[in-house]
Write a protein that binds this ligand. Structure first.
Ligand code: PEP
Length: 247
């Protein structure tokens, strides 16, 4: 049995005060949720404050990115050890916005995933095709390449995959449940080729315009084990409804 995981990616949103206000409203809404893992990824500037407020709650803390080196002359970067120091348990890696705007390649991401695992951080590793790639029939080839290159020489422990079709992120265009299940089944098959039986216990999240209106149907898909959510995770009521999805 794979325990569902619902993760919030706040991207470049929320000051420290706004993050604290969110948690004051959100935590009481999810007190009885036990059968779903909840992860929140605030911006770096709010990690410390959020970490303090999450103490004693079941919610786990994630960063949205990190560098792969331990320390040194890398102005503006954040090391894995700095995240564990703040009690982060997860880190998002390979988000399409990082790949697209910051030129993060499969090779760089492979180093980042390795560094995250070396520090005991669970990597929420994002993969997904652009609209052009989907229309050109390249979806599966892209997913296969991103998986094989990004996870090269890395074991299955502490890896969560997030399938995020780029054309569905922040656009209000959710993939259909048929498209989602087809991609997730393909990813599960590729994970089986890489990791054998262990692939059956790996979680594959869907991301791309997930909302309180579509979460229940998405969670019905056999290979969907949770969601990575941007826009709809910014309001406490909305994110609480996602965490309390109904299957
Ligand atoms: C994301 O940022 O990972 C994401 C899926 O965003 P949204 O839910 O807003 O589409």
């Amino acid at each position: 049995m794979r325990k569902p995981l619902i993760a919030a990616n706040w991207k470049m949103n929320k000051t420290v005060g706004e993050a604290e206000a969110f948690l004051r409203d959100f935590i009481p809404l999810i007190t009885e949720v036990e059968d779903t893992d909840i992860v929140i990824a605030p911006p770096f500037t709010a990690l410390s404050a959020v970490s303090s407020l999450l103490k004693g709650s079941p919610i786990q803390l994630s960063a949205q990115n990190m560098f792969y080196e331990e320390k040194g002359a890398y102005t503006g970067e954040i090391a894995p050890g700095m995240l564990t120091d703040l009690c982060c348990t997860h880190v998002l890696l390979g988000h399409s916005e990082r790949r697209q705007y910051f030129r993060e390649t499969d090779e760089i991401l492979n180093k980042k995933v390795k560094a995250a695992r070396a520090h005991g951080l669970t990597a929420i590793f994002c993969i997904g095709e652009s609209l052009g790639e989907r229309e050109a029939g390249e979806t599966f080839a892209v997913l296969q390449r991103e998986l094989e290159e990004g996870l090269k020489a890395i074991g299955p422990e502490g890896i969560v995959i997030a399938y995020e079709p780029i054309w569905a992120i922040g656009t209000g265009k959710t993939a259909t449940t048929g498209q989602v299940q087809e991609a997730h089944r393909f990813i599960r098959e590729k994970l089986s080729a890489l990791y054998g039986n262990e692939a059956s216990s790996m979680r594959i999240l869907y991301g791309g315009s997930v909302t309180p209106e579509n979460i229940d149907a998405l969670m019905e898909c056999a290979d969907v084990d949770g969601a990575l959510v941007g826009g709809a995770s910014l309001k406490p009521d909305s994110f609480a409804r996602l965490v309390r999805f109904r299957r």
